[in-house]
Design a binder for this molecule. Structure first.
Ligand SMILES: [Fe+2]
Length: 265
């Protein structure tokens, strides 16, 4: 019994005809959906980890709905700092809100519990997990003490030694303390920074994926260094879970790299 799911993040959709920093983000999402259809049609579900709409525009959420309708697997959603919660709920339905009032969710599947947390806060670029959400998280973790857990949210909690470290989860200590109440956190997966990273922090495994929009250059521990936006990769994460092992693979569905040759047809 193997759990398999796809994580997409940072879609940054706009209304028809609008580009985001020269990029056609709807076309990039179409290509991500093509990749799922081609390679992950047997996955259990797909998670959209926030920054679905670039400016929280209602037309962008309608566009999202029509593009993801092509996905052959269930879709679970949470929000990022570019999203607008009331507009999202209006487009997708009030049932997406948990008892916390935010777009939080629990998915129990194949011996795992997967928890989605909504770290978006109106008017803020950094992320907030409210006290009610931390309480909710601790309760959901306690229910699943006998199983491995994967947590997915938009904002990274851990600093990455990069320019964007000032816009991560605002007060990560309470989040880390909540996670530490569970004996088997397999991954904490985020988007937001538009680059790929893995880390262990407080003994917990943290990962970020580059997502569907532009990527950014970085210089380690030089937050003042010049930054470049890069058109590739368009990247999704593929999570594979068995009882003893949880693997995160990164699928660059837009990579911009030329092939050298083919190892196997
Ligand atoms: Fe983003």
């Amino acid at each position: 019994m193997t759990l398999k799911f796809v994580v997409m993040s940072d879609l940054h959709l706009l209304p028809d005809g609008e580009l985001s920093l020269t990029l056609d983000t709807a076309d990039r999402l179409e290509r991500a959906v093509d990749a799922v259809v081609a390679r992950y049609g047997d996955a259990d579900f797909c998670v959209l980890a926030g920054d679905l709409a670039d400016t929280g525009n209602p037309a962008a959420y309608e566009r999202l709905k029509s593009i993801i309708a092509r996905l052959p697997i269930p879709v679970h959603i949470t929000l990022g700092n570019h999203d607008d919660r009331p507009t999202f709920l209006n487009a997708f339905g009030a049932h997406f809100a948990a008892e916390t009032g935010k777009i939080d969710k629990v998915i129990d599947i194949k011996g795992y519990r997967v928890i989605l947390l909504d770290s978006s806060e109106p008017g803020r670029v950094d992320g907030v997990l409210e006290a009610a959400q931390i309480e909710w998280l601790v309760a959901r973790l306690a229910e699943a003490a006998d199983r491995p857990v994967i947590v997915i949210l938009h904002h990274n909690a851990n600093a990455l030694h990069i320019h964007a470290d000032t816009i991560r989860i605002l007060e990560p200590d309470a989040f880390v303390a909540a996670l530490k109440t569970h004996p088997d956190i397999r991954q904490v997966i985020a988007g937001h920074v538009h680059l790929t990273s893995t880390a262990i922090w407080h003994g917990l495994p943290f990962t970020t994926l580059a997502g569907g929009h532009y990527s950014v250059s970085f210089e380690v521990d030089r937050p003042e260094a010049p930054l470049r936006r890069i058109s590739g990769p368009g990247q999704m994460a593929v999570v594979v879970g068995t009882p003893d092992r949880t693997t995160v693979l990164f699928d660059d569905f837009i990579d911009g790299n030329a092939d050298i040759d083919t190892i196997r047809e």
